[in-house]
Write a protein that binds this ligand. Structure first.
Ligand code: ATP
Ligand code: MG
Length: 166
């Protein structure tokens, strides 16, 4: 009995510490979006070129890693698109080779990043945008960008722990 109560208290303590840590992180780090540099852009050695545009666009890199998604992880990440006809193609493509995952910070991060990357189809992407510069096609469009603050946080949490953000 005594041991169980002690364990319970330790878990409470740990939960409180995690909540405090998360709050401090949210106060220290402002508005975020989540991005991936997609497989074909990584294979084409465009990581540096894309990161240069991201940093010159005023975004600060909060967290970043190179990761090879499994089919399960890619399916989970894109579960919101599971009813769309291109879902299978999208999942296969995203785990073809490694990607770069990153959390980016800037005021108005989500919308400003969507502006910087340009339209989903590179044929419609404005000049000077990342997709106009680096995307190959509608399916292989170089980068991902979150579409809302809520999804930015879900996607960031999918790839990064609190301890990996600075
Ligand atoms: P992302 O979410 O990658 O930033 P997006 O928000 O501009 O892109 P979504 O509609 O969310 O576009 O589609 C997700 C991804 O699915 C696209 O980036 C693209 O790689 C792929 N995709 C979208 N439409 C098609 C399509 N018609 N055929 C093939 N692939 C597509
Ligand atoms: Mg999207």
């Amino acid at each position: 009995m005594g041991t169980n109560r002690l364990e319970g208290e330790m878990i409470d303590q740990e939960n409180k510490m995690m909540a405090k840590f998360k709050k401090e992180r949210e106060e220290k780090i402002g508005n975020i979006t989540f991005t991936m540099i997609k497989p074909e852009a990584v294979v084409a050695n465009n990581i540096g070129g894309i990161l240069k545009m991201i940093e010159e666009g005023g975004f600060r890199i909060v967290a970043m890693k190179k990761v090879h998604l499994s089919k399960e992880r890619a399916s989970e990440f894109y579960a919101v698109h599971s009813e769309r006809p291109f879902y299978g193609e999208l999942v296969d493509y995203m785990c073809e080779s490694p990607i770069i995952a990153a959390i980016l910070e800037k005021d108005n991060a989500v919308l400003d990043f969507r502006t910087l990357i340009g339209a989903t189809n590179p044929a419609d992407a404005a000049e000077g945008t990342i997709r106009a510069e680096f995307a190959e096609s509608l399916a292989k469009n170089a980068v991902h960008g979150s579409d809302s603050d809520e999804n930015a946080n879900i996607e960031a949490d999918f790839h990064f722990s609190a301890e990996e953000r600075f």
